[in-house]
Design a protein around this ligand. Structure first.
Ligand SMILES: [Zn+2]
Length: 273
């Protein structure tokens, strides 16, 4: 599977951005906000301590092992196919295989905060429709991040591991490689055209975030890490992180009043690794 070449600068940018956000870096590079800023795929700074209330780990990941001796067994458990729009990736559900690369990645034809943003084809098409509708409503959306490869996530995670010297601390600011929803090509981060609160908590108050939260489902897209559901999703609120799931699931969730994929699909929560 061929992935378009990405310039070194893009890799370094990812490294600098930790998981999703440059603003929330723990090395003092970000704004001194009192409230911890949610980190994409790395969760918020208090994410390190969900321990005692951690939800029981699911056993679903093991179901393929009994039938296949292959080092990387095919994903047969429900919602485990990383190429499917209904895949669920979280801290208890790594991509299978961990180094999965989506097919047919392409840049969506929408404004971006930096070049090189790639998405899976269905996700890219949905993003284009969603952003166009926002524009018609007078809301300027920009895409800030899309697909990230296993290798890019590995570089990022190792950077923070070296920086802190322990996985406990690195896990606070970066997803482990193979556990990032961005690796599916189905997840992306948005920003507001004027740059307000890009990838920081106050983004929730922007017109872009509010428009997207209200209308995303119409395009098969959901807000993946809603406020108050970190014990289910493993991440504190990320009002910029959206995920393509298809209209059946997105509208079904809306109709059912469910805010997380885990709950909608009846899967265990995943507050920690
Ligand atoms: Zn994200």
């Amino acid at each position: 599977m061929t992935v378009p070449a990405r310039p070194l600068a893009a890799v370094l940018l990812v490294l600098a951005l930790s998981a999703c956000s440059a603003q929330a870096g723990p090395a003092g590079t970000g704004p001194a906000t009192a409230a911890p800023t949610a980190m994409d795929d790395g969760a918020a700074s208090e994410e390190a301590g969900p321990g005692p209330d951690a939800i029981t780990a699911p056993a679903a990941q093991d179901s393929a092992e009994a039938t296949s001796p292959a080092p990387e067994p095919p994903a047969t458990a429900p919602h485990s196919d990383p190429a499917a729009a209904d895949v669920v990736v979280n801290k208890q559900r790594p991509l299978q295989p961990a180094t999965f690369e989506p097919a047919d990645l392409r840049p969506p034809d929408v404004p971006a905060t930096s070049p090189g943003v790639l998405l899976g084809p269905d996700t890219a098409a949905a993003v284009e429709r969603m952003f166009a509708a926002a524009r018609e409503d007078g809301v300027g959306l920009v895409i800030a991040s899309g697909y990230r490869s296993y290798a890019e996530q590995d570089v990022t995670y190792r950077h923070w591991l070296d920086h802190y010297g322990s996985s406990a601390d690195a896990d606070v600011v970066s997803a482990r490689p193979g556990y990032s929803e961005h690796q599916t090509g189905l997840a992306f981060d948005i920003a507001q055209e004027d740059g307000s609160c890009t990838l920081v908590a106050c983004f929730a108050g922007t017109a872009a975030a509010q428009w997207a939260a209200e209308h995303a489902a119409e395009y098969g897209i959901i807000l993946r890490y809603p406020l108050g559901y970190h014990t289910v999703t493993g991440f504190f609120a990320e009002p910029w992180h959206f995920r393509y799931v298809g209209t059946d699931v997105a509208l079904g969730m809306r109709e059912a009043g469910q805010l997380t994929l885990e709950e909608y699909f009846g899967l265990p929560g995943a507050s920690s690794y």
